[in-house]
Design a protein around this ligand. Structure first.
Ligand SMILES: Nc1ncnc2c1ncn2[C@@H]1O[C@H](COP(=O)(O)OP(=O)(O)OP(=O)(O)O)[C@@H](O)[C@H]1O
Length: 242
């Protein structure tokens, strides 16, 4: 479970980019975090994962405050950033072993997981190549593999499906569903309603750093949809900055 309480953030010389955000992400559900460019999704996710300091408020992961119990919190989540350009000078396999070492994944377990997951993502034959030479989608897949390798209970994914080919996107969506079905937490950001409609149990919509809606798609339909407005039109209207 992820608890975001009264969180605000501003960057120097700017207005608040996150304003008094409250959000409770339950276990056992896939929750989509939706909003247009610049809405504040990545900033929120970076605060959740301890990448950015929180100006005001608190965020806890399974009860561990990310700023006060940082190590404990970091042990239990896996994070896929929006830009997967990390550790470019390592070979794919070196990166995965590095992650497995940090999280102390036993040798036999890591071998089985690396082989299974990278074969599913069709990157098994590229593990001896440098990440530098990988395409955007391959870089994303190696980072997702690194996350799955240590089997964290909370998954925090920043636009995980952007740049993935349809087969890999399908596999990742299946994995997200399986993880939520095990009673674990899956939180991911996206621009579009389509993937959220396919995949999510609940959706949080943010714009200009403020939460506009949180609930099931059914709630959203019941609250906003009408005969002359589809859910997509509702979403576009809610998040319009014009
Ligand atoms: N390091 C930074 N310094 C200054 N402003 C920043 C910084 N990072 C983000 N911002 C600003 O904070 C706001 C929210 O940005 P953020 O990246 O969180 O949005 P987003 O919803 O993830 O957008 P996108 O969908 O385009 O990735 C934007 O106005 C952005 O310009």
């Amino acid at each position: 479970m992820i608890e975001i309480k009264e969180v605000s953030k501003h960057f120097s010389g700017q207005r608040k980019v996150i304003n008094q955000l409250n959000l409770s992400i339950p276990d056992g559900k896939i929750v989509g975090f939706l909003g247009p460019n610049g809405a504040g999704k990545s900033t929120t996710i970076k605060m959740m994962t301890g990448v950015l300091p929180i100006d005001e408020g608190t965020i806890s992961l399974d009860g561990f405050d990310i700023e006060k119990k940082t190590l404990e919190a970091k042990r239990i989540f896996g994070y896929v950033p929006d830009r997967p350009d990390l550790f470019l000078r390592l070979k794919g396999l070196e990166y995965l072993n590095f992650i497995a070492d940090i999280y102390q994944v036993p040798k036999e377990v890591r071998q089985e997981r690396i082989e299974r997951i990278t074969k599913q993502f069709s990157i098994y034959n590229s593990l001896d190549d440098y990440i530098q030479s990988y395409s955007h989608g391959m870089r994303q897949k190696i980072i997702v593999t690194g996350v799955l390798l240590h089997d964290p209970s909370i998954w925090i994914l920043d636009e995980p499906l952007t740049g993935l080919d349809p087969k890999s996107a399908y596999i990742l969506k299946e994995m997200m569903r399986e993880h939520a079905n095990k009673g674990k937490t899956v939180f991911f950001s996206s621009h579009g309603l389509e993937v959220v409609e396919q995949l999510c149990d609940e959706v949080a919509i943010i714009n200009n750093g403020e939460l506009l809606f949180y609930g099931t798609l059914q709630d959203m339909k019941e609250t906003y949809e009408s005969d002359d407005q589809s859910l997509e039109q509702v979403f576009l209207e809610l998040t319009s900055n014009e």
